[in-house]
Write a protein that binds this ligand. Sequence first.
Ligand code: EPU
Length: 332
Amino acid sequence: MNIQQNIQLQPYNSFRTKAIAKLFAQPETVDELQELLQTYANEPKFILGGGFNIFFTQDFNGLVINPAMRGIRTISENTDFVEIEAGAAEDWDNFVAYCVSHRYSGVENLSLIPGTVGAAPIQNIGAYGAEVKDVIVKVIAVEIESGKMVEFSNAECEFEYRNSIFKRTRKHIITHVVFRLSKSFEYKEKYVDLNHELKNITTPNLSQVREAIIRIRTRKLPDYNSLPNAGSFFKNPILTKEEKEKLLTLLPDAPVYNAKEDGYKTSAAYLIEKAGFKGKRKGDVGTYEHHALIIVNYGTESGQEIVNFMHDIQNSVFQQYGVSLEPEVWIF
Ligand code: EPU
């Protein structure tokens, strides 16, 4: 395996910030990964997937591991369900396209989310009323410290809204994910935007749902190739009853949904827009004109400028509405 030295990480993060990695490796098999961990046992390690939910503010004086395990294969099936194992480096949306083309349902609402299969469980990707946790059977990983292979059942992944054991502990490298998909499909109305997009179709099929989501996302979200970004920058905040009531006295129209985790979820995009930040630009950083939750990079190569802008938004939203916004993106 080729171990590269002093690699520029700018092409490896969708925000296109600059940082140098002392060492960089792309193991293609579990054996290669285990060998790498053993050889570089004393180096600090950083695991980088597709780089769509991260940006750098500093160089990394250690080994960056970019898992490169590929392959999509059926491991079992019956008349109703199929279990599919996919390598961590498979492009997420290619995997969704594969499933939809085989008429396997369960991931179609997660169409066009940038990133890799291996990154999907880490932050439990979600969109249009679906979360990846609902179709994951198990996650196969290697423990960084010991080099041992470990399998996590769905429950052991401890999935939450945009969170999991992998994100909380950062102790594992995901090599493969096993999904359970359904061979039948019936469209269920869950999300207003999607229902609206499909309003002219009486019984939407899988491909039509995927196409509708691709249209919505393409309209609302900026393309990282022309306007570097990392998708939603903040999580949608979960409020206590008191915080919710305070917010509603200030902003009676604020969207509030009952969240599972014993609180009330509101919309970060709405709060950022109300705070006056939609489409606002400061230097080379700003929020996207069509979606306030997305911070876009107009040309800075320094992650610090993004962090400064993030603080401006957080301070303003907190001062005006008493709500703390927590980044969804990983800032290194
Ligand atoms: N809104 C505004 N201003 C805006 C944009 C949105 O006020 O500029 C309000 C609207 O009321 C809208 C509501 O915010 O109805 C929700 O907006 P949207 O449907 O776009 O969803 P979101 O909550 O902003 C979440 C996910 C997205 C996912 C969409 C669609 C998080 C942090 N983000 O965004 O995921 O695509 O739902 O389901 O949960 C990502 O995680 O990177 C991501 C893009």
